[in-house]
Design a protein around this ligand. Structure first.
Ligand code: ATP
Ligand code: MG
Length: 594
């Protein structure tokens, strides 16, 4: 006995551990169980009272028939009142539990070690916060309901057995067969569900990365690669889903056939008993009973009409939500032309460019400059002066509201997506690093690159040796958002991506802000190296690199207020001189503090 008890204790330990959440709802749960029992017991009396009505009808005993009809109506009303309040308790309890699970999970996730959160990834947690919480919140009440219904049905079978043991036996046998089939169905589905949940986690994690890393995907023109990866995980999920649905539908058919056979047996046996007890005249009762069975179909006919409407309403809403994305307005979609770029990028020109993010305050006002190839060009200005905005225009993340951008004297917006994205690449300050190996993260910029190409790019970005010193080298998994890398390592990984990709125009936007002095000097040297066959734009936190630039543009309030070489600007532009001096003294201060 003790052994059995121990075994049963180990069953469903996880479900049991959630008990503490239920205590708040114990009165509602008891209310739900009692009301469900009342409702299903009342429902059981309907066929009996109905049979009395039919019997009195065929015997033309109108008074008794009316009494039974009133009783039936009263019972139906009572059953629905009890059902209504049991529904109220169900809704309040399950949604309250859903809320509590989510809240506790949210608190707990924040308390978890960062490494654990980053390693598991967002899909793992999102699925638990939503789907699993929802399922766990209904399980207890659903089980209670199933048990209550089972008990009431068993009591009914017992009652039938007392009246007529053959009928009772048939009921019991039917019930046993159906329980067995349902058991089979559930155990197989459980296994499939585990697989399915893991697959869903993967899809969700990738989808969240796709959204978080969207700038990276556009900037590196890795659209096809990421969609291909998404299709792979999505296909894995869909395959499991198909297997489950096919199995579920097949089992449902088998169960329906069994139920039909049971119905038929009961009808025949009940008919035989009726004939035996009442004689041949009561065959009419049997006919009425058979017709009575069709009433369900008549109601379904009416319900069918409502269902059609319901399908339309649901479908329309779902289709609208899909179209919100699929048919996003043209002004919400990246706009490109169809022209290809002839030859190399010889010049980049802004002609009286005006731009604002929100159509109210202009961020860039009348920006004009022309840059020739093989040059290193710096942009300097206070925070908010519009430096990054210029870069965002050159990657076509936003569209100008006035003026013109020209590449080789061709209108920038007439160029195709490939021409722009393969030629001009931003190096982001806070790059998005995918939850994958270092090798795959670098290859993200060029999927057909060889490992040797990746190593060379990482060498150029001064990252190779550090990667080799990691436990798993290039196969080290970096965690979600590259959480297991330092800020400087992430920035150098981003630089190695761009080197691997090899565009003609590179835009460094504060891409070296997290580097230590040694690495900074090396990357600055790399920029000079790159300009030998590229056009390099640079915005830098530390202004030292401006000394190396062929031209520096000084921005203030969305306008270029001066331009030229560093040494000249130091002579002619007070604003630049002041910025440079302050930057230098800040840096010296920072160095002293170190
Ligand atoms: N996505 C955006 N939506 C709306 N306004 C924006 C957006 N990005 C930037 N701005 C605004 O545009 C102005 C210029 O921003 P920008 O990022 O170009 O400045 P910045 O010169 O790069 O500054 P920092 O040195 O701080 O990076 C700022 O006033 C900023 O608030
Ligand atoms: Mg900026």
């Amino acid at each position: 006995m003790a052994k059995i008890k121990k075994q049963s204790k180990q069953k469903y330990p996880n479900l049991k551990s959630l008990r503490r959440f239920y205590s708040e709802y114990k009165f509602k749960i008891v209310g739900f169980i009692l009301l469900t029992a009342v409702a299903s017991s009342l429902a059981l009396s309907f066929p009996y009272v109905s049979s009395k009505i039919i019997l009195n009808l065929t015997e033309k005993k109108w008074d008794t028939m009316v009494i039974f009809a009133v009783v039936l109506f009263g019972l139906i009303a009572l059953e629905n009142v009890a059902g209504h309040f049991s529904d109220v308790y169900y809704t309040k309890t399950t949604n309250g539990l859903f809320f509590s699970f989510r809240k506790s999970l949210a608190y707990k996730i924040i308390d978890l070690r960062l490494s654990s959160v980053y390693d598991k990834g967002s899909g793992f947690y999102l699925e638990r916060l939503n789907e699993d919480s929802k399922e766990a919140s209904v399980v207890f009440l659903d089980i209670s309901k199933a048990i209550v219904t089972l008990i009431v049905n068993l009591a009914f079978i017992f009652y039938i057995s007392v009246l007529n043991w053959v009928l009772g036996l048939i009921f019991l046998a039917g019930l046993a067969v159906i329980i067995f089939l349902e058991y089979l169905r559930v155990s197989k589905l459980l296994f499939n569900k585990k697989q399915s949940k893991r697959a869903v986690e993967k899809v969700k994690a990738l989808e969240s990365e796709l959204l978080k890393g969207i700038k990276e995907v556009k900037g590196l023109n890795a659209k096809d690669a990421i969609v291909e990866k998404h299709s792979q995980v999505s296909k894995g999920h869909i395959d499991i889903k198909i297997r489950r649905e096919r199995y579920e539908k097949r089992m449902q058919r088998i169960i329906d056939i069994t139920k039909g056979a049971l119905d038929l047996t009961l009808l025949l046996v009940a008919g035989l008993f009726l004939l035996k007890s009442f004689g041949i005249w009561h065959v009419e009762i049997l006919a009425v009973l058979v017709i009575y069975q069709y009433k369900g179909s008549i109601y379904e006919l009416v319900a069918g009409l409502a269902k059609i409407k319901n399908h339309y309403v649901n479908g329309e809403l779902a289709a609208k939500r899909l179209n919100d994305v699929l048919k996003a307005a043209a002004e919400e979609t990246d706009m490109f032309g169809t022209e290809t770029l002839e030859g190399n990028v010889e010049s980049i020109e802004f002609k009286k460019v005006v731009f604002s993010y929100n159509e109210k305050t202009p961020v860039l006002k009348d920006i004009s400059f022309k840059v020739q190839k093989n040059s290193l060009v710096g942009f300097v200005g206070k925070s908010g002066s519009g430096k990054s905005t210029i870069f965002s225009l050159l990657t076509n993340f936003y569209k100008i509201s006035g003026g013109q951008i020209l590449i080789n004297d061709v209108d920038f917006y007439s160029l195709s997506e490939k021409a722009v994205r393969e030629t001009i690449t931003p190096v982001l300050q806070d790059p998005y690093i995918f939850n994958d190996t270092i090798l795959n993260n670098v290859k993200f910029a060029k999927f057909d690159a060889t490992n040797e190409d990746v190593f060379d790019a990482c060498r150029a970005a001064r990252l190779h040796d550090e990667i080799l010193s990691m436990k798993e080298g290039y196969d080290t998994v970096v965690g979600e958002s590259g959480a297991n890398l330092s800020g400087g390592q992430k920035q150098r990984l981003e630089i190695s991506r761009v080197i691997l990709k090899g565009p003609e125009v590179v835009l460094f936007d504060e891409a070296t802000s997290a580097l230590d002095k040694d690495n900074l000097l090396q990357i600055n040297a790399l920029m000079k190296e790159l300009k030998k066959n590229k056009t390099v734009f640079v915005i830098a936190h530390r202004l030292g690199i401006m000394r190396e630039c062929d031209t520096v543009f000084v921005l203030d309030g969305g306008k270029i207020i001066a331009s030229g070489k560093h040494e000249d600007l130091m002579q002619t532009c007070e604003y630049y001189k002041e910025l440079f001096k302050r930057n230098k003294s800040n840096e010296e201060q920072a160095n002293r503090n170190v």
